[in-house]
Design a binder for this molecule. Structure first.
Ligand code: NI
Length: 222
């Protein structure tokens, strides 16, 4: 399941991040790519050692934590390995798959990948995030403050930026529910449960469905 979160960040948070990034020094993006992704990764990123990194990462994690759609659709255990990336003229990130394990010796699993667009789509030409499926591909270039969240299991790429500057935050989620089809099932049931409650309150049907959702979670959460 691929889902978008419009306005994940408030305009104030967005300004705070982009103002800070404008003053910061960026390093070569190859430094955090796997050995094969290095071959196709051509962008820049804020160093995780930069004095502003922790605060910016914290801001983004808080925005995801408070977002009900993210909570229900991703079932996050931990949001990790956040990067603030910049693509200027000619930069791209060719077709690759994300590493399954990140975080060095702490072995954090990537179940879901996300991109938060930090500047408006009109600020650059090209630079689409393209996600492949078995027989097609879909390109995403979204409004500033919007997030797209997709399974880390996909092949994907960032098309070359041909003018302007593309600014994004990317990161990964280790989910409480490892299996994507189980996550989707829980998401659908939870959506129905809430809609049942909105229509009729705490009915017998609502109670039974709540029991099923809770018991599936007990089986699947790790
Ligand atoms: Ni990637």
């Amino acid at each position: 399941m691929i889902f978008k979160i419009p306005d994940l960040l408030t305009p104030e948070e967005l300004a705070q991040i982009t103002d800070q990034l404008a003053l910061s020094e960026f390093i070569d993006g190859k430094l955090t790519a796997g050995w094969h992704a290095k071959l196709v990764k051509n962008n820049q990123q804020l160093s995780r050692q930069d004095s502003t990194y922790d605060a910016l990462k914290g801001l983004l994690q808080k925005a995801l934590e408070r977002n009900p759609l993210f909570q229900v659709a991703a079932r996050p255990k931990i949001v990790h390995s956040v990067l603030f990336s910049r693509y200027t003229d000619g930069m791209a990130y060719g077709r690759h798959t994300d590493n399954a394990l990140m975080g060095g010796s702490s072995f954090l699993r990537s179940d879901l990948s996300f991109t938060v667009f930090l500047n408006p789509p009109g600020a650059y030409e090209g630079g689409d995030l393209v996600i492949e499926s078995a027989d097609s591909e879909t390109a995403y270039k979204l409004e500033a403050g919007t997030a797209i969240i997709y399974p880390s299991t996909t092949l994907h790429r960032v098309d070359p930026v041909t003018s302007g500057e593309r600014l994004v935050a990317v990161g990964w989620v280790q989910s409480l529910v490892r299996d994507a089809s189980q996550r989707e099932l829980l998401f659908d049931l939870e959506t129905v449960r809430r809609s049942l409650f909105a229509q009729g309150g705490k009915t017998d049907e609502f109670d039974l469905l709540s029991k099923s959702v809770a018991n599936l979670l007990r089986q699947w959460v790790e």
